[in-house]
Design a protein around this ligand. Structure first.
Ligand SMILES: C[S@@+](CC[C@H](N)C(=O)[O-])C[C@H]1O[C@@H](n2cnc3c(N)ncnc32)[C@H](O)[C@@H]1O
Length: 256
């Protein structure tokens, strides 16, 4: 859960314009488009949908069977204010909530970081259960401990991931495997590292007000927003699989 309820308002206000959300939503929708091959009737669930930005984008792309869930009242309220079909549900207790093999695609972006390994493994396994055979689980997550900063405190992050974490979570789930993954953004990594190192230094020096801590979800100037967006676009054009970055994007496929 996000620590501060103002964070949900920030998410709601920025997620259609902020470079980071725009890039992430484009990555997810590109995967969904290549899965759906033009079939806009496929059933999609966004688990931990926040204030509904991705669902809104999917809707404007023409997808008609889209649902969301989130455990937070503010998130559900903001999503509903956008006319989206979102329920208050706990991603860690999906068993029995949806029928087995209900969805073609399940997306869960930046939700798993707040749980312990055993819970993550169990959650991924129940996500796989409610996917149809050949269905796909798309998940973006914060990566590499070196990027830890005050942002992680604000969003309640217990963990930053690398590929081998997901391999371990899936090691006991026999009918699903990682079919694609990459880290991002390599080109913005030096800048993000500097920002997070400064955050860590301020924490060490007790210069941070822990009661009013804020995440990095904030609109920069229009110039910087466009610059960061274009850097990420350029990176995905020239690098098929970036080896490093503050996020890991994975596509996990359920077998027949
Ligand atoms: C960092 S936000 C990401 C939101 C959205 N997926 C996105 O990409 O913008 C994490 C979301 O997970 C939700 N969340 C936290 N714990 C949850 C749980 N147990 N079940 C469902 N959602 C949860 C939070 O309320 C929050 O909206």
């Amino acid at each position: 859960m996000l620590i501060n309820s103002e964070e949900y308002r920030s998410m709601f206000e920025t997620e259609e314009k902020l470079w980071w959300y725009k890039i992430l939503h484009e990555k997810v929708i590109s995967e969904i488009n290549s899965f759906s091959k033009g079939n806009k009737q496929i059933k999609i669930l966004d688990a931990g949908c926040g204030t509904g930005g991705l669902l809104l984008k999917l809707q404007s792309t023409g997808y008609q069977n889209i649902k969301g869930l989130d455990f937070n009242d503010d998130a559900v309220g903001f999503s509903k204010s956008r006319g989206l079909d979102v329920q208050k549900l706990d991603i860690t207790h999906l068993q029995g909530v949806f029928e087995k093999e209900s969805f073609d695609i399940i997306v869960s972006d930046d939700v798993l970081y707040q749980f312990d390994d055993l819970i993550i493994e169990k959650t991924i396994s129940s996500i796989v259960d409610i996917l149809k055979p050949n269905g796909v689980f798309i998940t973006n997550n914060n990566a590499f401990e070196v990027f830890r900063g005050t942002h992680d405190i604000a969003v309640g992050s217990k963990k930053r991931f690398v590929l081998k974490d997901f391999k371990a979570y899936l090691s006991r789930t026999k009918n699903a495997s990682i079919v694609n993954h990459h880290y991002w953004s390599l080109f913005l990594s030096p800048l993000i590292l500097v920002v997070r190192l400064v955050q860590k230094l301020k924490l060490k020096l007790n210069l941070v007000d822990l009661q009013n801590i804020k995440s990095d979800v904030e609109m920069p100037s229009e110039f910087m927003n466009n610059l960061f967006y274009n850097i990420c676009k350029f990176e995905s054009k020239i690098l098929e699989k970036s080896p490093f970055g503050s996020s890991i994007f994975l596509v996990i496929k359920k077998e027949k």
